[in-house]
Each structure stands twice: as structure tokens, then as C-alpha cells.
Design a protein around this ligand. Structure first.
Ligand SMILES: Cc1cc2nc3c(=O)[nH]c(=O)nc-3n(C[C@H](O)[C@H](O)[C@H](O)COP(=O)(O)OP(=O)(O)OC[C@H]3O[C@@H](n4cnc5c(N)ncnc54)[C@H](O)[C@@H]3O)c2cc1C
Length: 383
């Protein structure tokens, strides 16, 4: 930002470009993707061409090299069309950034070009059936093997993995050492590796444009070169990825909420009851005022948190958690108020509000539940 409260010319241009991309490639198709459970891989290549596959991957690695605020602007703009699609682009960006930030030169050269162009898509695999919020308790094992220890053998099950079965690369957090976070390493597992399989697609309330399934690892042999950074650093990398991921998920809530606010403003002017447009009722005006106020407050905190993550500020994790919590809680409330304003029509699939209502709900659960966000914030305040 040029000063504290104004986006720069460049940021406005990026935002405008993302809005145009959304209007052309996402908004007209989103309802159908939701209805059909279609994962829009066809859109990924176009997103890669405009640099959305590697927004904060460094230019040396072929990435777009932007900051986290610019990423948030892009995610927010794309979520205006489809929150689930935008959120998936966020997960891919998180994985690509982790490889760029922590991977060896050889690993970057092997994987980043196709991730940047989105010819290959990546998943992030932390959660397990027995470990969600307590992610460091994960039980997937990575046992060193081979005559000279040149590979690991991975065994375990990852739960709720976005893009599972469709995507090409899986960043898997697995236990290579002792209990606790320091015994965890991160590996790039490639689709087609022997022993890698996927569960049945989960049947979900929303996010139907983003498939979710288990990733099952049965004696999957992964070369040592596919390990990200040092042994035992995997959990640290996974958490570093989530600081930015949480900003992006919050931004997806902002975009969805803005869309529903705009839809509601249009609708209340058109719909009449008791001989006047429902926009004339004070309750409608007060509700719109609350929605807009809450949205701007969440946006201001989220943009600030994004700048802190870019600057690697010491309080970045707390701000990222605060921003994700506020944006996803407020986003859900705003969409719910919009749905109420549509009356019975809000409950129908003829209007987009019910889709956003379903899609935004999960932002309060994933990338750390909002209770976990409060744990992070509380711990940081009391440290
Ligand atoms: C659609 C979808 C997509 C997802 N995509 C991915 C993905 O791509 N990769 C990935 O790794 N994961 C993914 N997840 C998993 C997601 O991150 C987890 O669901 C989330 O972290 C919560 O874990 P859990 O579901 O096991 O809930 P639990 O951890 O069992 O939590 C249950 C409840 O207990 C609360 N709780 C737990 N511990 C505490 C505590 N100490 N204090 C207070 N309350 C607590 C929680 O807040 C929650 O309300 C996805 C989930 C969904 C639904």
C-alpha cells in the first residue's frame, strides 16, 4: 500500500486483472461446477498463464514473486465467482511456495516449472483420521530404507485431502523420527508411485467444485531427494505454509461475502412487499449496514495480516490467525444475512447465495478450526 490505507496502482491493477479473469472464466460456470461436482482443472492452465499458480513463488524459480496482500486480492476476486475454486488455487500456491522456500535446487528444478504453469497441481497432506487440530500427533510413518538409506518408505492415511486423486503431487507430512512436531518431515509424493491410492470422494455440504478424499500410502517408496529440507523440519514448513494459507482462506470468505452483499443490494431494490421495495424497510437498511461494516472491518485486518506475513513480522502467525477467524466468521454471518433477505428465494439454487452459504461454512473449519485460531492467538498473547 502507498500509505496505510490505500492500495497501490500495481495492486489495483492486479485486483482488476483477477476480477476480469473471474468474470470470464469462473463466475458463469460456478453454479454448474457445484451442481455437477466438477473440479475445474480446465481453468487451472488459464490461471497458470496469468501467474496465479505461483503468486508468491520467487521470480528466480519462475514464480510471479508478489506479496501476500496481492495474493489475498487475487483470492478475494476469484472467490467472488466461486469460493471453492479460489480456495483450491490457494492450496496449490501454498504447496508451490513450500517447495520454493524450503526445497533443494534439484527439487525446485524438477517440480516448480510445471507447478507455476499449473500443468501439474499439488495437494497439501497434513490431516489424518486420528489427528486434525492436533496435527503434530500424526501417525503416517516415513522409514529410511535402501542399502545406503537412499529412500523412505511411507505408510499411513491422510484424511480430507483437497484434490486427492486428481492432482499430480502430494506434499505429505510424515513421521521420520520421534513423537511430536520435531519428528515430522515433508515429502513430495508423485501420483503414480507404487502404493499410493485414494479413498472414495467425500460427499460434502459445499466445496463441491473441490474434490476431497483420503490419500492412502502403503509402502510407498520415496527417494531421499523428494524430502523437503532437513529431516525433522516438516512440521515447521507445514505451519509456515499455513500462515499464508489462512490469509487466503480468509480472503476467500471476503470475496464470497462481498458477492452476497452485492446480490442482496440488487435484490432488495427489485423485490416489493407491502406495496414498497423491501429496501425501504429500516431493518433491511440496518442489516445491509451491519454487513458492509463487518466486511470492511474483516478486510482491513486481513490486509494488515497479509502485509505482516510478507514482511515476516514476529507477530505474523497471530495476525494471520486473527484475520482468518474474523473473515471466516464474519463472512458466514454476512452470507447468512443475505440469504435471509432473499426470503424463500435465498434457499433456492436459482440464486447464488445458498451456494456461498454452503461453501463459506467450511472456512471456519479447515486450515485450522476457528477454535484453534483462538488457541494460537491466546498463546501468543500470553507467551
Ligand atoms: C472440505 C475440507 C477440505 C480439507 N482439505 C484439507 C487439505 O487439503 N489438507 C489437509 O491436510 N487437511 C484438509 N482438511 C482438514 C481440516 O484442516 C481439518 O478438518 C481441521 O483441521 C479440523 O480437524 P478435524 O476435522 O479432525 O476436527 P477435530 O480436530 O477433531 O476437532 C473437532 C472439534 O473440536 C475442536 N477442538 C479440537 N481441539 C481443541 C482444543 N484444544 N480446544 C478447543 N477446541 C478444540 C475443534 O475446533 C472442532 O470444533 C480439509 C477439511 C475439509 C472439511
Amino acid at each position: 500500500m502507498t500509505d496505510q490505507f490505500q492500495l497501490t496502482e500495481d495492486q489495483l491493477a492486479i485486483q482488476e486483472m483477477a476480477r476480469r479473469f473471474t468474470a470470464d472464466r469462473i463466475t458463469p460456470f460456478a453454479a454448474n461446477w457445484d451442481e455437477e461436482g466438477h473440479y475445474p482443472v480446465d481453468v487451472w492452465k488459464a490461471a497458470g498463464e496469468v501467474g496465479f499458480g505461483a503468486i508468491y513463488v520467487s521470480p528466480e524459480s519462475g514464480g510471479t514473486g508478489l506479496g501476500r496482500l496481492e495474493a489475498a486480492l487475487i483470492m478475494e476476486a476469484m472467490a467472488y465467482g466461486c469460493a471453492a475454486t479460489s480456495a483450491y488455487v490457494s492450496i496449490h500456491n501454498m504447496a508451490a511456495w513450500m517447495i520454493d522456500r524450503f526445497g533443494s535446487a534439484e527439487l525446485k528444478a524438477r517440480f516448480l516449472p510445471s507447478l507455476v504453469s499449473m500443468e501439474r497441481i499439488a495437494s497439501y497432506c497434513l490431516t489424518e483420521p486420528g489427528s486434525g487440530s492436533d496435527a503434530a500427533a500424526l501417525r503416517t510413518t516415513a522409514r529410511r530404507a535402501g542399502g545406503n538409506g537412499d529412500r523412505y518408505v511411507l505408510n499411513g492415511t491422510k484424511q480430507f485431502i483437497s484434490g486427492a486423486g486428481y492432482n499430480d503431487l502430494y506434499l505429505v507430512m510424515a513421521r521420520s523420527g520421534a513423537e511430536g512436531p520435531k519428528g515430522i518431515s515433508c515429502f513430495v509424493v508423485e501420483k503414480g508411485m507404487k502404493g499410493l491410492s485414494f479413498g472414495a470422494p467425500e460427499r460434502k455440504l459445499g466445496w463441491n467444485a473441490s474434490p476431497t478424499a483420503q490419500v492412502i500410502l502403503e509402502d510407498v517408496e520415496v527417494p531421499v531427494e523428494n524430502r523437503l529440507g532437513a529431516e525433522g523440519d516438516g512440521f515447521k514448513f507445514a505451519m509456515a505454509g499455513l500462515d499464508g494459507g489462512r490469509i487466503n482462506i480468509g480472503a476467500c470468505s471476503l470475496g464470497g461475502a462481498q458477492r452476497c452483499l452485492d446480490e442482496a443490494i440488487t435484490y432488495v431494490k427489485e423485490r416489493s412487499q407491502f406495496g414498497q421495495p423491501i429496501a425501504a424497510f429500516q431493518n433491511t437498511q440496518f442489516t445491509l449496514a451491519d454487513m458492509a461494516t463487518d466486511l470492511e472491518a474483516a478486510r482491513a485486518l486481513l490486509y494488515l495480516a497479509a502485509v505482516k506475513v510478507t514482511a515476516n513480522a514476529p507477530d505474523k502467525s497471530r495476525f494471520s490467525a486473527m484475520a482468518k477467524k474474523l473473515a471466516s466468521d464474519s463472512g458466514s454471518e454476512i452470507v447468512d444475512k443475505a440469504l435471509q433477505m432473499f426470503g424463500g428465494y435465498g434457499y433456492l439454487r436459482d440464486y447464488p447465495v445458498e451456494r456461498f452459504w454452503r461453501d463459506l461454512r467450511v472456512h471456519r473449519i479447515l486450515e485450522g478450526t476457528n477454535e484453534v485460531m483462538r488457541m494460537i492467538i491466546g498463546r501468543d498473547l500470553l507467551k
